[in-house]
Ligand binder design. Structure first.
Ligand code: DCM
Ligand code: MG
Ligand code: MG
Length: 249
């Protein structure tokens, strides 16, 4: 557990769960259309409660801070992205959403300043999608760092824990037709709780589902992230110059 300057770091005090919706997959150089952050204390995660029902979804922490925003992506959605998210350029324009701008930075900074440090962003597939995409948007308006924030990918964590423990943890979700195990958010949720998560592919719905699957193995995931989280500074941007992507709509 080391900080940027290779000094020992305290265990994370806050986990900031995050999900982004955007105009498409990485090859399409997507732009953010919705962002949700839910900050939960280490204490709440370590003391996860369950209602009595067998295989029930863990009780959602009572004390959290939430930030959920819709953003005008200034780029056309791919048809698939629009269908799964329920968002479209028309809908965001009709509701006069602003683009990813300085006000988002101010909100992010203020939101993070209220959380006890050190803190860690957690996103599912975050190393391949959410963190590099957030980085691209921040770079696009001239910000490269979020000071002293770490980040960890829950999908990478679950794969690593499964591998290290000879699949004892069995994080892998439903078997797909091909027989391959999937670590998708929906697959894991369905496997753990025998029901579908609510509001899939909305930023808040996916963030809430992520918190539930994290709570299911909170102790192991907290330990893994304490050891393996990366500095947000270390994350490579998904692409350069998102503003070049701007399309007249
Ligand atoms: N996405 C996509 N096509 C898919 C899955 C996702 O274009 N089959 C894009 C649009 C989503 C974003 O990735 O807004 C984030 O995915 P998720 O909703 O799983 O967080
Ligand atoms: Mg996601
Ligand atoms: Mg999502």
């Amino acid at each position: 557990m080391y900080s940027k300057h290779n000094l020992p770091r305290k265990p994370f005090q806050t986990y900031v769960f995050m999900d982004l919706e955007a105009t498409g997959l990485p090859f399409s150089r997507p732009r953010i259309a919705e962002l949700c952050l839910i900050a939960v204390s280490r204490h709440a995660l370590e003391n996860t409660e369950y209602s009595n029902t067998f295989r029930s979804v863990p009780v959602f922490p009572r004390v959290v801070d939430k930030l959920s925003l819709c953003v005008n992506p200034q780029k056309p959605f791919t048809p698939v992205a629009s269908t799964i998210t329920g968002l479209s350029n028309d809908l965001l324009n009709t509701n006069s959403r602003q683009c990813f701008n300085i006000h988002i930075i101010h909100m992010l900074e203020a939101f993070l300043k209220r959380q006890p440090a050190p803190m860690c962003f957690v996103a599912h597939n975050g190393y391949n999608y959410d963190f590099p995409l957030l980085k691209a948007e921040l770079n696009g308006i001239g910000f490269s760092v979020l000071n002293d924030v770490y980040c960890a990918d829950s999908l990478a964590a679950m794969k690593a824990l499964d591998k290290a423990n000879n699949h004892f943890y069995q994080f892998a979700g439903q078997q797909s037709i091909s027989g391959r195990k999937t670590y998708s958010l929906e697959g894991l949720y369905l496997k753990f709780f025998k029901e579908n998560p609510a509001d899939s592919h909305t930023a808040e719905g996916d963030t809430i589902a992520l918190i539930a699957i994290f709570q299911w193995r909170a102790k192991d995931l907290i330990s893994w992230m304490d050891l393996n989280a990366k500095q947000f500074d270390e994350i490579k941007t998904m692409f350069k110059d998102p503003l070049k992507e701007q399309t007249k709509l």
